[in-house]
Design a protein around this ligand. Structure first.
Ligand SMILES: [Zn+2]
Ligand SMILES: [Zn+2]
Length: 152
């Protein structure tokens, strides 16, 4: 991933974005950053990062299996953060992660996060309906092409 753009579509280099968090050089300073780094971990099939960023109270014995299944069956295309609200040690992030499907797939979720001893963790999420995408808008994958000429 040297000098490659980060999968979270921040337009930063991976090593200077989610890479810092994946390598344990930094902890996320807010829930949105954690959300982005979890998305990148999905793209890069980093199951251990995804497991360790689930809140300890929410970890399940089948987490690893579920993560592996999602990674095998889903090809992620891009991420947009719609809203990020933080109140003390609780936060919510409303986001859409796009994936390859016909028409294009959307995981639209409002995730909840909690901070414990200075570290943010993913708690759980609520699924929301997909948003309407214009076929003449730029594709969510960041190619610069119109959706209808790319992954639409
Ligand atoms: Zn990133
Ligand atoms: Zn595309």
């Amino acid at each position: 991933m040297k000098n490659q753009l980060c999968p979270c579509q921040s337009q930063s280099i991976y090593d200077e974005c989610c890479g810092f968090l994946h390598q344990g050089k930094q902890v996320a300073t807010n829930a949105e950053q954690l959300m982005r780094s979890r998305y990148s971990a999905f793209v890069m099939h980093n199951t251990s990062y995804l497991q360790t960023t689930i809140h300890p109270s929410q970890r399940q014995p089948d987490d690893l299996l579920n993560l592996q299944q999602t990674m095998e069956t889903t090809q992620w295309l891009g991420l947009i953060i719609l809203e990020h609200t933080e109140t003390g040690d609780q936060a919510e992030v409303d986001f859409i992660a796009f994936y390859v499907d016909k028409p294009i797939g959307q995981l639209h979720e409002r995730s909840r996060f909690s901070r414990q001893q200075g570290q943010w963790f993913y708690l759980d999420g609520e699924f929301l309906p997909p948003i309407k995408l214009g076929r003449n808008e730029n594709c969510v994958c960041g190619s610069g092409k119109k959706l209808k000429r790319c992954h639409g």
